[in-house]
Ligand binder design. Structure first.
Ligand SMILES: [Zn+2]
Length: 421
């Protein structure tokens, strides 16, 4: 479950040693045969150098294009998902894109923006000190330069509160609350008599989509995005018995109905929809439980949602092979680890195996993997990335998991290329 918000490590040490290795390999390289000297010989030498450089450049470009192509075949989606940085962390986060995501050929970045944007359509919903349009343009440019698809995210339906804190939408528009009778506690504890995990909005409230779609459209425009991630995970409150609109309705149909409404709205502008997968899995039969899967009968929605919705299938403690289930239902799927390096390595191996061992119909539904980070970008850069996590988190953290998984992807790609030679 994603409620654990964890610290952790990784290493500037590792980064500097990686750079050091790169320097050593450059220093150790022997000079090309035509170096040095002036006069005619020198000119020839320079001409020779230029020709050599051009050849090297052409070869390198050809090689990297071929390598990227190979990697795309091995694993079409190589993702990273994190809360969008606050403006004060923006430059550091862009450096992270350039220094860490780009060299590993990450090609998809999901930024969980939620209310961290200065919405013009609904300024009342923007958090204090949120990202400006200019800030977002810097992110758009960094991703474009590095050939990374940038996907903004707003939690829709569920996750409208966290612990004792109600988020912008229900704070400003309490009439959208699916469970208005459930009061936010002064001190949040789980479990609690109300079964309050997070608040949801009522998907059948006649005004709710006017507001949320204005945010979605504005954000997609600012991010120049062809895809939007709507969250929709861990929805515990849905079809509440006391909701005048939803009471008595089938929860799977309510969930699927909301997916379809969002999907169809995005489709008007040729945008596609990604969501988390947990509500579409049967928590009891699978033993996956009530966070990682559904105990509230939403799981039959898997047969009711449009087939072009992409599922982000998160499993953090074990490499559960539910990607196969989504693919067999006709849905594209991306497997998402969090903080266990070995789990992520297995998930990358499984994804490659699924692609290799499937029918052509199934193969393209196995889209790839995406590292998730469940702290804000500033916290991640300060802690995990700097190797400052302590205790068990010193090993099991998002940064270590990310590196282990992308090292494994590189290895799998090399092995594939060797085999094909
Ligand atoms: Zn309702």
């Amino acid at each position: 479950m994603k409620m654990q918000n964890l610290p952790t490590a990784d290493n500037s040490k590792d980064r500097s040693s990686r750079r050091k290795e790169a320097l050593i390999s450059l220093e150790g390289r022997s000079e090309p045969p035509c170096v040095g000297g002036y006069g005619l010989g020198g000119v020839l030498n320079w001409a020779c150098r230029l020709a050599l450089m051009m050849t090297v450049c052409a070869l390198t470009a050809g090689h990297s294009a071929a390598a990227a192509n190979d990697l795309d075949k091995l694993m079409p989606v190589r993702g990273f998902c994190i809360a969008a940085p606050r403006p004060k962390h923006l430059e550091r986060f862009i450096a992270f894109i350039n220094d860490e995501l780009a060299p590993r050929q990450v090609n998809t970045l999901i930024l969980r923006v939620d209310y961290n944007y200065q919405y013009q359509s609904h300024p009342e919903l923007a958090e204090n000190g949120a990202l400006s349009r200019e800030d977002v343009k810097k992110l758009v440019n960094a991703c474009r330069t590095n050939h990374i698809r940038l996907i903004p995210h707003i939690n829709l339906l569920g996750h409208q509160s966290w612990a004792g804190n109600t988020y912008g939408l229900l704070k400003q528009y309490p009439e959208f609350d699916e469970t208005p009778l459930v009061k936010m506690p002064a001190k949040y504890e789980w479990p609690n008599p109300d079964g309050l995990y997070c608040k949801s909005y009522c998907p059948l409230h006649p005004k709710v989509h006017d507001i949320v779609f204005a945010l979605v459209d504005e954000l997609c425009d600012a991010f120049e995005a062809d895809t939007f991630h709507a969250g929709m995970d861990e929805v515990f409150y849905i079809g509440d018995d006391k909701c005048p609109r939803c009471a008595g309705k089938d929860k799977a149909e309510l969930f699927a109905g909301e997916v379809r409404v969002i999907h169809d709205h995005l489709a008007q502008k040729s945008r596609s929809l990604w969501i988390w997968g947990d509500r579409l899995l049967d928590g009891k039969t699978t033993g996956l439980g009530m966070w990682e899967a559904s105990y509230n009968n939403t799981w039959r929605a898997i047969d009711l949602i449009p087939k072009d919705v992409v599922i982000c299938d998160w499993h953090y403690e074990r490499p559960d092979q539910t990607a196969v289930y989504f693919a067999m239902k006709g849905l594209k799927v991306v497997t998402c680890p969090y903080r266990m390096p070995q789990v992520a390595v297995t998930q990358a191996q499984d994804m490659v195996k699924f692609r290799k061992s499937s029918t052509p119909e199934m193969r393209e539904r196995f889209q790839g993997v995406m590292q998730t980070v469940w702290s804000d970008a500033g916290g991640f850069l300060d802690r995990d990335y700097q190797g400052k996590a302590t205790g068990k988190n010193a090993v099991n953290n998002s940064w270590n998991t990310f590196r282990a998984m992308f090292d494994e992807i590189a290895k799998l790609n090399e092995a594939k290329s060797e085999k094909e030679k």
